[in-house]
Design a protein around this ligand. Structure first.
Ligand code: MN
Length: 247
């Protein structure tokens, strides 16, 4: 894995890692580091480079917001996560996603900090990967089919997703996630809570913290949510969903 493009993990690698992660979930933290390491699909304990230039998503997301969001906000979550886990090598060995999937086993004294900061790291890694300056509509395929099954149509899915993003009071995220049986759901989480901690696999996520949009959109969160569809990376969403199915 390179630090330059963690979101660009090949589908094959993602399948392998996620499959191991699922098996590992049953073993919990007793797994040794060698077994535990692959449980972190697509990311490790470093700040991934943005997969595009900060200005590439304009006018949907402005360059200054992208720069601050990535270099300051995301970095701070990661820095804090590493400080919290510095004395817990077994948890570090699980990888960020592995930690979130077994949050209940994290010592209570640091659990809240881990939830917020490892969650912040993992959520933002996902977020950068599902943005692209070269957005294309979702192609016909397994994910398109399952969206129709779950929501009736792409339009209805987008409506429900926007509702979740708008109704999340304060800071949080809107998600398209998959249950372990592959069924898709739209939901939102507060703060930096992660779908992984609820046994879900995030397929697509939108950061609705004010830091994600306020410079450009101010209080107009709805405009930011609408703009998301102009930069959403459906190819990555498909890969995220395919990884679940192969495990
Ligand atoms: Mn954010």
């Amino acid at each position: 894995m390179t630090t330059s493009k963690p979101s660009g993990l090949s589908r094959r690698d993602a399948l392998k890692l996620l499959g191991t992660g699922v098996a590992l979930a049953g073993l919990g933290l007793k797994a040794d580091a060698a077994d535990a390491k692959p449980s972190a699909p697509a990311l490790g304990w470093e700040l991934p480079a943005l997969p595009f230039a900060p200005a590439a998503l304009e006018p949907s997301i402005d360059a200054l917001t992208m720069e601050i969001h990535h270099a300051k906000h995301h970095q701070a979550y990661l820095t804090n996560a590493l400080k919290l886990l510095a004395d817990y090598p077994a948890m570090l060995a699980l990888g960020p996603v592995g930690v979130l999937r077994t949050l209940g086993r994290v010592p209570e004294s640091i659990r809240s900090g881990v939830r917020n900061n490892v969650g912040g790291h993992v959520n933002h890694c996902l977020f950068w990967s599902v943005l692209t300056p070269e957005a294309k509509p979702l192609a016909d395929g397994v994910l398109a089919k399952q969206i129709k099954v779950a929501f009736g149509s792409m339009e209805e899915f987008q409506k429900q997703f926007a509702d979740a993003a708008m109704k999340r009071f304060g800071s949080g995220w809107a998600w398209l996630s998959a249950k372990s049986d592959g069924k898709l759901i739209v939901h939102s989480t507060a703060n930096q809570d992660s779908p992984w901690s609820d046994g879900l696999t995030p397929v697509l996520g939108l950061d609705v913290w004010e830091h994600a949009y306020y410079l450009h959109y101010q209080n107009k969160r709805a405009d930011y949510v609408a703009a998301f569809w102009r930069v959403a990376n459906w190819s990555q969403a498909e890969a995220n969903y395919a990884a679940l199915h192969a495990s």
